[in-house]
Design a binder for this molecule. Sequence first.
Ligand code: ATP
Length: 634
Amino acid sequence: KKKPADFDPTMVAYWEKGERVPFLFLSMAFDLISNEKGRIVITDIVCNMLRTVIDFTPDDLVATVYLAANKIAPAHEGLELGIGDASIIKALAEACGRTEPQIKSAYKQKGDLGLVAQASRSSQSMMRKPDPLTVVKVFDSFRLIAKESGKDSQEKKKNRIKALLVAATDCEPLFLIRLLQTKLRIGFSEQTLLAALGQAAVYNEIHSRPPPNIQSPLEEAAKIAKQVFSILPVYDKIVPALLTGGVWDLPRTCSFTPGVPVGPMLAKPTKGVAEIVNKFQDIDFVCEYKYDGERAQIHYMENGSVEIYSRNAERNTGKFPDVVSAISRFKKSSVKSFVLDCELVAYDRVQKKILPFQILSTRARKNVVVSEIKVDVCIFAFDVLYLNGQSLLHEQLKVRKERLYDSFEEEAGFFQFATAITSNDLEEIQKFLDAAVSSSCEGLIIKTLDRDATYEPSKRSLNWLKLKKDYMESVGDTLDLVPIAAFHGRGKRTGIYGAFLLACYDETSEEFQSICKIGTGFSEAQLEERSSSLRSKVIPEPKSYYCCDIKPDVWLETSEVWEVKAADLTISPVYSAAIGIVDPAKGISLRFPRLVRVREDKTPEQATSSEQVAEMYNAQKHNQTNNEDDGEDD
Ligand code: ATP
């Protein structure tokens, strides 16, 4: 069994067996983690903390895991805290008997409301001490806060936050506030949490023994926990199953379920047709049109109900009532349930042609009424993940395609299969790419058919390659980046921002790393629009999780994701992207970045990762030689 390091408070339960887990216990674990850098040590701390909860109060494991993931529900349920800084400031002022201006000025100084809360609470004495917070109390309050709606909802939310703050002691206020802001950011990712969860079950010898032939049970347990979460991202299901059957049983007890979306499989960029033919020399592959619309996972349940989920597992059913009402028309009568992976694309049914993404983005996002729809969409189906009660994720694409073609019927302009060819002839593929582009597609997606061709949820796999028409003239793929700061405009841009500082996201350290300054690619109207949307996001100091050596005019809270095209990537002494991956001390920056569009479907944490930036840099030819940046901005 694992021994604690010298002294590890996460191994010491100071409450009675069966009693609720104190929130302070979890906060102490957060505090320990925030002082560590190494992934192995952090995994151990989380694992120890979970083991203690499993030993003493297993009933609280679901709430503990949710809070550690900084979530209150599975993504597809769409339950969000929805609290702005203003409500927190109000609650904080009331909880510690200070005024709002006092809290605001402390915030300005410290740049972190969590730290303000911590300092304010410890300076306050209480006549009557409220009951100590428990993990379940905090989790339940968070869910109630999220569910408040209607006229007085802001006031009610504030009062609930206040009640929590009044009861918080020690380091609890700091983590309470960060959790409320959904910015825990103590340097551990959900993947680490899952690994720790799998390992905790092994250490605590829950139920089953490891199956035979497993070399490293801990590694295997971590892998299983991550895999199971990728096909059923619901802790309310996984945690109880883990507690009763152990980790080895999870793949059997927690399987892909219609109504719960899986993360979509993603593609890696490739530079040209020659590279594809080279990469897939002895492997059969299919080339498909890459449609420029919105990724959708359509779930059709046995009772006839339909749900549509976005790339982010958001419930988009209310946005596409036309798709919902039409979908049953395209399935053959033998089909009772299915999950389709497809792209919804704006379509002109009179001219019989695909319309650009910009047209699709003019559709309303919520509560759309069929009779008011002005932009029609066609479903371009390219995969089926579930059919008649059976998950097809483990099947090769060749089999999934056959099932797709056998189970649905096309209707032009409403439901079509993605146009595809199987060929390994360079010229033929080049022609197909040209045809895709002239049909208003972005390029091609190339997928392995019968080797390494299972569906890998949420993975950016080498078994799916994307080839975009404009790769040849730029870096390769576009990047999705987050504005973290801005510069005041001059001349005719006076009064708005003239340029922005963009960052990629490092998944391991949970940092936003600066990558370039951008001031081109905007129309004046766009610049004004972005400026006014970001003006409300100004913060006094850079966040502790910004990795950036540049001094802008104003710092911004992360909120938007911008798709950006660039001429190339260079090693830079000034920018921090992917620092330590390609060069030990220098980062990577973009030359001549131009704004393509705002990505409404991505959150800042889904921005291009520093690992992807490093991969793009490495893929660039001749990068070792004459490509060193002199530190000047473009
Ligand atoms: P990411 O790779 O991060 O998803 P992205 O959202 O910018 O980046 P791209 O990398 O440009 O998307 O391409 C992948 C997307 O292409 C898919 O998520 C899907 O929405 C779309 N797509 C269009 N046609 C297809 C197809 N035939 N097969 C798979 N995906 C397709």
